[in-house]
Design a protein around this ligand. Structure first.
Ligand SMILES: Cc1cc2nc3c(=O)[nH]c(=O)nc-3n(C[C@H](O)[C@H](O)[C@H](O)COP(=O)(O)OP(=O)(O)OC[C@H]3O[C@@H](n4cnc5c(N)ncnc54)[C@H](O)[C@@H]3O)c2cc1C
Length: 448
């Protein structure tokens, strides 16, 4: 298995060269960009993905690997149901192992308020056909034998799945390439070429590519890129820490989490562990710019985040990062090929200890690897998936708010149809770009 997560230690697998022309250029080779390219190539279009670092170098290889319908916003749920089917099709089509297992995922409630939150979500998606169900304390204990966590019940979705992010997304990129997409690593997108009021191409650090359509799928960097072109999205990012244990006996084949601890079985016999609700936020200029938009979220979960000043140099919203640059200038994107935050050492110790206490039968829990990722978040915790009305030829798919890995194939398929005028199959109104400016009240996604 690839050393996790993906980083600059990974040799370049897609060196290019950058073609002179494309039907669609996609900025960013995370799960969203790669899957968009896959479905565009499947339609016979010339899709080119430019990636400033490595395929899946950022969030897409750093996540927990949960492919989850449970707890989704009602507007995302049908897309996630489609994405679950697409995951299975992709796993069947490729000759590589994505680590996809239909294992079930479980939310654990520490108190009655937690149970009430799960029930409220379940009531809100009644009739969706998703097999999520409430568990009482006894049923939860039967599902997680040997677990010593303090649990009053839970919610379980048997059809939810897991996969190995650092294996799956690079494999999906190879699948896209086999369909004819061109992926170019170490190739930062710098500036859009706009002619006669519409997109005409893209300037990259490796030169120019002519294309009538560009998709921004830049994860935590999307806001910085878009703002350079006069498009503001209230996207911020938070640090989330995770770790991998070495191989241990199987206590639960799926993934489970309460408010403090999340764990997931991996195919290599270890577990991926994380502090579930703990995120750290560096306050930068965008935090002030978008403060009012985030107020409802801050009121809802004031302690879910820890606040810090002065993001490390070169981070997307760091004080002092360049906000404007020209096509011939080195951009902030190539200066930070892979955003690779240091994990929080205190959170790692707590997490390891919590898992050891949850399963005392496992004995010592040793850390095999640890890492962190910057999760790109939106004020209502659902992404922007839209065409930019102010700039024909530009589409945006970003702000996955901590749950883009599972739904990635779904939004990739949708983006391919959005760009080509195909049948979207879903109502994207919830994900429109104008929701932050059209005076509508922001509707916060579920906190199940
Ligand atoms: C710790 C952690 C746990 C998570 N757990 C889960 C989970 O269990 N399940 C789930 O569904 N989701 C999870 N997520 C969220 C999920 O990983 C993300 O939502 C998803 O990977 C986002 O995909 P993306 O393609 O939008 O962005 P990314 O994967 O971040 O990819 C964006 C890419 O764009 C590139 N890029 C940016 N700007 C430019 C530019 N100008 N030029 C060229 N390239 C550029 C970047 O280098 C990057 O590779 C988790 C995330 C983290 C960090």
């Amino acid at each position: 298995m690839t050393a996790f997560p993906v980083g600059l230690h990974q040799p370049i697998e897609h060196p290019g060269p950058l073609p002179a022309n494309a039907d669609v250029v996609i900025i960013g080779a995370g799960v969203i960009g790669v899957m968009t390219a896959y479905y565009l190539a499947e339609k016979g279009l010339r899709a080119v993905v430019v990636e400033k670092g490595r395929v899946a170098g950022e969030q897409s290889s750093r996540n927990w690997g949960w492919i989850r319908q449970m707890g989704r916003d009602p507007s995302e749920l049908p897309i996630m149901v489609e994405a679950s089917d697409l995951w299975k099709q992709l796993a069947a089509e490729t000759n590589e192992d994505l680590g996809l297992v239909e294992c079930g995922l479980t939310y654990l409630a520490q108190d009655q308020a937690g149970l009430a939150r799960f029930q409220a979500w379940l009531d809100g998606v009644a009739g969706s056909g998703v097999d999520s169900r409430m568990l009482n304390a006894q049923e939860t204990r039967a599902l997680l034998p040997g677990c010593q966590m303090s649990i009053v019940g839970g919610m379980h979705t048997a059809s939810d799945m897991r996969a190995e992010p650092w294996v799956a997304v690079p494999a999906m990129a190879r699948m896209a390439a086999r369909k004819g997409a061109v992926i170019v690593e170490n190739c930062a997108a710098r500036v859009l070429d706009v002619q006669a009021g519409r997109v005409a191409g893209l300037w990259t650090e490796n030169g120019y590519i002519k294309a009538p359509e560009i998709v921004v799928a830049g994860g935590a960097w999307s806001s910085l890129f878009l703002r350079r072109h006069g498009i503001s999205i209230p996207q911020l990012s938070v640090r989330s820490t995770a770790m991998a244990t070495g191989p241990l006996p199987e206590v639960y084949a799926g993934g489970a989490s309460d408010d403090d601890l999340a764990f997931r079985r991996r195919v290599d016999g270890g577990y991926t562990l994380a502090p579930s609700e703990s995120h750290e936020f560096w306050i930068g200029p965008d935090a002030f710019r978008h403060f009012r938009t985030y107020l409802p979220q801050l009121r809802m979960a004031p302690f879910g985040r820890r606040y810090r000043l002065n993001a490390p140099k070169g981070y997307p919203d760091a004080w002092g990062i360049a906000r404007t640059w020209g096509k011939d200038d080195e951009s902030p994107f190539e200066r930070m090929r892979v955003l690779d935050p240091a994990p929080n050492a205190t959170r790692l110790t707590e997490t390891r200890q919590r898992f050891a206490r949850a399963y005392p039968g496992l004995g010592a829990v040793k850390e095999q690897a640890s890492w962190a990722g910057m999760i790109d978040v939106m004020p209502d915790e659902v992404p922007v998936v839209d065409r930019a009305a102010s700039l024909p030829g530009l589409s945006i798919c970003t702000g996955m708010s901590g749950h883009g890995f599972g739904i990635g194939p779904g939004f990739g398929r949708i983006m391919a149809d959005l760009v080509t005028g195909g049948d979207l199959g879903h109502d994207l109104h919830r994900f429109r770009l104008s929701r932050f400016t059209d005076g509508s009240r922001l509707n916060h996604g579920p906190h199940a």
